[in-house]
Write a protein that binds this ligand. Sequence first.
Ligand code: GDP
Length: 629
Amino acid sequence: MNTNTNKLKLVIVGHVDHGKSTLVGRILHETGALPEGKVEAVKAMSEKRGMPFEWAFVIDSMQAERDQGITIDTTQIRFKTAAREYLLIDAPGHKQFLKNMVSGAAGADAVVLVVDAHEGVQDQTRRHAYLLRLLGIRRIIVAINKMDLAGYGEERYQEVRREVAAYLRSIGVNAIDITFLPIAAREGANIRERSAAMPWYEGPTLLEALDAVPQPVAATDLPLRLTVQDVYKFDERRIIAGRIESGSLHVGDTLLFSPINATARVASIESWNAAQPAKAGVGQSVGITLDEDIFVERGHVASHVHSAPVVSNVFRANLFWLGRSALVPGAQYRLRRGAAETPAVIERIDRVVDTNTLASGPGDKVEWNGVAEVTVRTRGLLALDHHADNALTGRFVLVDGHQIVGGGTASTEDYPDQRRDAAPKGTNLFHVRHRVAAEDRARMNGHRGGILWFTGLSGAGKSTLAVELERRLFAKGYQTFLLDGDNARQGLNADLGFSPQERAENIRRIGEVSALFAEAGMIVISAFISPYRVDRDRIRATHGEYFHEVHISAPLHVCEARDTKGLYRRARAGEVKDFTGISAPYEAPVAPELEIKSGEWTTERCLAALVDYVEEHLAYRPAKIRAVV
Ligand code: GDP
């Protein structure tokens, strides 16, 4: 069982001097969380120094004890009600507070926004509220404090309440729940006990309001996100250590690693104990082994195949700037998302937001504690989520040297997922209108452009024939170019693995590149096993005018006998998985434009047939002009 189930993480924010520390001291007192005699001791100390007692001193003295290492827990204050335990993350006014909030080190479940009844909404009230919006905190309690200074009157309370509500509404805080209540922290009014001074108020006390916040659901129902922290080698096994940020995984699940886009199955979940668990869930740090050796490293994110994060190197973000010097576009930072880190630039400041007036507009810099909408471009591809989908994996921090200088939430809507949206979308692509017609190119070259798509089993002779055909056609004056599987895998498709989806994508891209060559007027010879009929048919469907399917056909036993690369032997020995012809089927073309029986024919005959085909189908013949009689 998760030990966190009955704990609520709380943060207290608000303008300076509006009473945050006082409220914390008072809450601790009211819930009996303070050490015996603490208040008396602090009172006596204040008296001795001739100062009025402050609840904040209680916190300060606890802080001092912590600094001396007397209390073990360093930054977190706990208290308990009959209903549950609370964890107050970070002391109010702590100088790292905003950084902790922004970096997500402090993932608060609920927040108390303290507003002075006398002063009303102030600068930091707005700033902090804006931050809550950015962080997507959904449960907000607005405590309108120092009601004693307002004579405990309802009128002023309503006034401030309206002011706060209007601000929250204007910035679009989409909290599920906002509770307002009048308190006097110093006097303990409406903290635990209902205050007799405010009989007009009928709502809950502060502690009642806190207890009414539902226990947050662990992010198990969100898609799996496992951030890889490290990869260890133990004997012959590689153990991938990571933290499950959301969702859960089981032994046997196929995991997709982003941004490398490689899949493998979970072979085991490691454990120091004898029994290996069959599943692991959110919040757990786990070590897993995979059934395949894929290149995984720190910062990669594992998900299930059909609920993968977005992979991109450009996205929009709401940014909270914490740097002492202003943020300027073009400056280089390091961006951290989970355990991933990559150089990044703020490409553009889209809007600078004045949290006081909420005026927003173009700007060329963002000052300390400022908020802006920006466009971020990272050097490497990054796996991340749209913040609204997953608040944990949709946020990032910017680091300069050793300092966190900003934090933000990612919005990936405006930019395509470079993996999932790899297929062009017809709607927003505009075909360039060339001023050189295909006919002009054909006349100039003496032939039309086209794709000779060589498909066939490994060992059927695709490469051998393709290389020689390229040479012969070139010698005859054809503009020709050979695209070969191995070369494309090293460059254009270096990011792709060998899962069925990736094989399909590999072929799709080659098809597109081939079509561009053909459009440019060349005869491109594309030699790829391309085992799946559907992948080849897709190229035919989109680029039918250029597509000539050439089946280089030889029976399996012939291919195997010619197996120069040793692939068949290794596939049989189980060293090469998913090898076409053995463990994966090869789907031969049904009606290819040309069949080259490389198993029966001599190489010379194969080449002659290919050259003939080209001369017959691609050599330029001007469109016929009918003689007028
Ligand atoms: P923080 O900066 O938000 O942590 O504010 P503090 O808790 O230090 O409070 C600032 C000042 O307001 C202190 O002098 C407190 O005694 C005073 N204060 C806090 N709560 C109340 C209250 O309910 N009534 C009155 N009159 N003063 C309060």
